[in-house]
Design a protein around this ligand. Structure first.
Ligand SMILES: NC(=O)c1ccc[n+]([C@@H]2O[C@H](COP(=O)([O-])OP(=O)(O)OC[C@H]3O[C@@H](n4cnc5c(N)ncnc54)[C@H](O)[C@@H]3O)[C@@H](O)[C@H]2O)c1
Length: 260
């Protein structure tokens, strides 16, 4: 436990904490002394993770909820705060793309699903968290998981990319609206990343070796480390930002210009 993080005694709600980047974030925050509410759509998954944290000596609880439902999100944030005696940090990692579709052919229901999976719950959860802290006159930190898809053109994934771009925009506005309350709001934008759910095949690995300056696919722990930084006092003067963690993929061009 390193005091430089300032996380000892802080209380963090990790939405999507039962798996992948969320689970790693919960582990890293707990290792630096935070109490954790593990929230997941799958309550059993949340309970397994909370149990793991408790066995390692962390104060932890599980909350089961579907955060894409505004009433459920509100109730779940209050339940987490009741169980931990308040909240200081919100990490929301939930999001998912869908079948690749050209924007000319995207079905309205597919686009609605993408909005639900990637954007609405960030608004509901962050809003509920902020109303709680505002009522208690407490400061805090919010970290969202966006994607590099929200920063560059993403042919075939235009619906997903639009929701992530909107999330990056919402992060900026929330930081401006809630900065005076002492609430910092930031996001991480991962590039291609190994997670518990995303197990990439040889074709993607070969593409990563070619197009990612670091020459490999990222790992979920590397994304969780950025989340840890943004949630911690190390980032006490950082707000409204989206930190790109993509091995450098978005700073290079695919066009290999010949010499003239
Ligand atoms: N893997 C990549 O290459 C990559 C790249 C860029 C961005 N991302 C982003 O990373 C995030 C996903 O990370 P992951 O793959 O580690 O997580 P994941 O998709 O495996 O999900 C984590 C947990 O979230 C829970 N969850 C899903 N919907 C929920 C809801 N409505 N309410 C509450 N909980 C819910 C799931 O049950 C699951 O346990 C997404 O935001 C995704 O867009 C991933």
């Amino acid at each position: 436990m390193d005091p430089v993080f300032g996380l000892l005694g802080k209380r963090a709600l990790v939405v999507g904490g039962g798996l992948g980047i969320g689970r790693e974030s919960a582990r890293l925050l707990a290792a630096q002394g935070a109490s954790i509410a593990v929230l997941d759509l799958d309550p059993a998954r949340a309970e397994v993770m909370a149990d793991e944290l408790r066995k390692a000596g962390t104060t932890a609880c599980a909350v089961g909820a579907d955060m894409s439902d505004p009433a459920a999100a509100d109730a779940a944030v209050r339940e987490a705060a009741d169980k931990l005696g308040g909240l200081d940090i919100l990490v929301n990692i939930v999001g998912r793309n869908s079948m690749r579709t050209d924007l000319a052919d995207i079905a309205p229901e597919q686009f609605e699903l993408l909005l639900s999976r990637n954007l609405r719950h960030h608004l509901y959860t962050s809003g509920a968290f902020t109303r709680l802290l505002r009522a208690q006159k407490k400061s805090g930190a919010i970290v969202m998981v966006a994607s590099v898809a929200g920063l560059v053109a993403s042919p075939g994934l235009g619906g997903y990319a639009a929701t992530k771009a909107a999330l990056i925009s919402m992060t900026k506005t929330m930081s401006a609206e809630w900065g005076p309350l002492g609430i910092r709001v930031n996001a991480v934008a991962p590039g291609v990343t190994w997670t518990d759910r995303n197990q990439w095949g040889e074709e993607v690995q070969a593409q990563a070796r070619k197009s990612v300056p670091l020459g490999r696919i990222g790992d979920q722990t590397e994304i969780a480390r950025v989340i840890l930084f943004l949630a911690s006092d190390l980032a006490s003067y950082v707000t409204g930002q989206t930190v790109v963690a993509d091995g450098g993929a978005t700073v290079v061009t695919a066009f290999d210009a010949p010499s003239t």
